[in-house]
Design a protein around this ligand. Structure first.
Ligand SMILES: *Cc1c(COP(=O)(O)O)cnc(C)c1O
Length: 366
């Protein structure tokens, strides 16, 4: 191949705001001396993010996993079955198991990898408490049909919207759907606060309960309920405040890179189909190869050049070794065997994207 790249290329690279801008927020922490416990920077970030997303009851927490766990707790779900998707990061399933509930897997749509709503009702039993779908890669679940099913069977809906920050469906943030939507602001995500997460809660009372749960169920001398520590620090909030002004630019750069991939890889790899009413956030660039053999061949060729895409997601979560039962999900299992996310981040150079595409094309045609 052509020139060796100077640095290794991974699937993502965290956005870094200008140092002075981050430090100016950190200076405020030094001035006021409050490091955590719902401090002024956290409050300001919550305020700005709820304005940005046009949502109410936005609660910033330590990560996207605890967000899912306290969402279940706040809704009073302590046992029973949760209908979910096998095509996600492991945290979706592990949070259900950690909360002593049973994940029940429903297969996915082949077009955009979200839960197949036509297969949900067949999996509902008297033990079913909630549906936990994922707006995977920032693509929208069929939110209208899911709400219809939830209403019909009196189930709660918790969206794992870890990938959905910046995606809008019918003009509304994807985080505004469901009883609770959770998000992750981990360093690998489109918008990050180093570590971090959020819950967006529809009902005011549930929101108050979640607010208590995340701080040990304790305010001052009063102990109201069993809780945990999901409070985020002021330094993380500072990073969030420094990154937020760049969101538009981050999404635009990702879009530009995605379009170059589209042009270069048309007809070479299969791509998901975004919904018509979706204003996409370009969180990931997933591609489907013909089969696992082709995927592994491409990975080997890219690795030789110091380029590391990721098998998002693999394995299909219904096949995790620590599950008690096996729910067959043939579409998810098939897709997991041959899907990968290509490098995508704002500072990724277009020449590197061209190089990646060249390697993929050369490998596939051989
Ligand atoms: C990243 C991620 C999470 C977990 O978020 P953390 O902030 O890393 O705890 C949950 N669900 C999905 C789909 C994710 O990609």
């Amino acid at each position: 191949m052509s020139t060796q790249l100077k640095e290794k290329i991974f699937v993502t690279k965290s956005f870094m705001p200008p140092k002075e801008e981050y430090f100016s927020f950190v200076n405020r922490i030094y001035e006021n001396g409050q490091l955590t416990n719902q401090g002024p920077l956290l409050k300001e970030l919550e305020q700005k993010l709820s304005e940005f997303l046009h949502v109410e009851n936005f609660q910033y927490v330590t990560n996207g996993t605890i967000a899912l766990q306290i969402a279940l707790k706040a809704l009073g779900i302590e046992d029973g079955e949760i209908i979910t998707t096998p095509f996600s990061y492991v945290a979706t399933t592990s949070s259900i198991l950690w909360e002593k509930c049973k994940p029940v897997f429903v297969d996915i749509e082949p077009e955009n990898f979200t839960i197949d709503v036509d297969k949900i009702e067949a999996k509902i039993t008297p033990q079913t408490r909630a549906i936990m779908p994922v707006h995977v890669f920032g693509y929208a679940c069929n939110v209208e049909k899911i709400q219809e099913i939830a209403n019909k069977y009196n189930l709660k809906v918790i969206y794992d919207a870890a990938h959905a920050f910046g995606s809008k469906f019918k003009g509304k943030s994807l985080l505004s759907y469901g009883d609770i939507s959770t998000c992750s602001f981990h360093a690998t995500k489109l918008y990050h606060t180093i570590e971090g997460g959020a819950c967006v809660v529809k009902d005011n009372n549930i929101s108050e309960k979640l607010d208590l749960i995340k701080r040990f169920g304790n305010i001052g001398e009063e102990h109201y309920c069993l809780g945990i520590n999901a409070k985020q620090s002021e330094f993380n909030a500072a990073m969030g405040l420094a990154n937020l002004p760049y969101i538009k630019e981050i999404i635009e750069k990702r879009q530009k890179i995605s379009q170059l991939y589209d042009n270069e890889l048309e007809g070479i790899v299969q791509r998901p189909k975004a919904q018509e009413d979706l204003d996409y956030n370009y969180a990931y660039y997933p591609v489907l190869f013909k089969n696992e053999t082709e995927l592994l061949k491409v990975f080997e060729a890219l690795h030789e050049e110091g380029i590391y895409p990721r098998r998002y997601f693999y394995p299909s979560l219904n096949k995790l070794s620590y599950l008690d039962t096996y729910d067959s999900c043939p579409i998810s299992e098939n897709i997991c065997s041959r899907i990968a996310c290509l490098p995508l981040y704002p500072t990724l150079e277009l020449s590197v994207v061209e190089k990646i595409c060249k390697i993929i094309k050369a490998t596939i045609s051989n």
